[in-house]
Design a protein around this ligand. Sequence first.
Ligand code: ATP
Length: 199
Amino acid sequence: MLLKELEILGFKSFADKIKVSFSTSVSAVVGPNGCGKSNILDSLKWVLGEKSVKTMRGEKMEDVIFAGTSTRKPANFAQVSLTFDNRLRLLKIDTDDVKVGRRLYRDGQSQYFINDSRVALKEIEDLFRDTGIGKSSYSFMEQGRMDQILSSKPEDRRLIFEEAAGVSRFKAQREEAEKNLENTQLNLTRIQDIQRELE
Ligand code: ATP
C-alpha cells in the first residue's frame, strides 16, 4: 500500500505547513544533521498512535508541538496527516484515498481523524491491523536500523523477517497452545492417579 502524502503543521521543528509527496514504494529521507529527518519519522509514528513520550524523544507529549524560536511564537497545536492510496481497498474504507490525522493541543486534548471525520484512536488501530503499517512496524525505519539489520547474525535477522512477515504472532500462539496442552496432560495424569486411588 502506497503512502502518497505526509502533511505536517506545528509538529516539532516544522512550524509551517509542509507536504511531502511519495511516489515510489520505497522512500528515504536524507539531509544534514539536525535538519529534521527523525522528526519526519516521529510524525509518521505519532499519527499512527504512538503514545510513548520516550519513543517521541521528549519529556512530555506536548514536546511534539513546535516550541517557538527567538523570532517565532510557539504553535498552539501539532497536526500530522497521512494519505494512503487505497485503490486496492486494502484498508476497509470505500474511498480511493484514505487520510488519517492526529492533532494535539497544548492543554493535552488529542484528536484523531479518518478522512477528516473525528474518530477514536482504536478506529485507526483497527483500520491498519494486519496491514503491516503501524507505529512499531517495519514500514518505517529510523536511522541506524538498516545497519543493525545488515550487521546482525543470520539467526537474529531471521527473527526480524519473521516478525515483519507476521510469523512471530503464530509462533507465540503455538507456544501458548503447547503450554496449555502440557498443563492439560498434567491435569489428566493427576485425575487418573486420583481415579486409581478411588478404585
Ligand atoms: P541527526 O541526523 O543529527 O539525527 P535529524 O535530521 O534526525 O538529525 P531531528 O532530530 O529530526 O534531526 O531534528 C532535530 C531538531 O528538531 C533540533 O534542532 C530540535 O531543536 C528540533 N526540535 C525538536 N522538537 C522541537 C519542537 N517541539 N519545537 C521546535 N523544534 C524542535
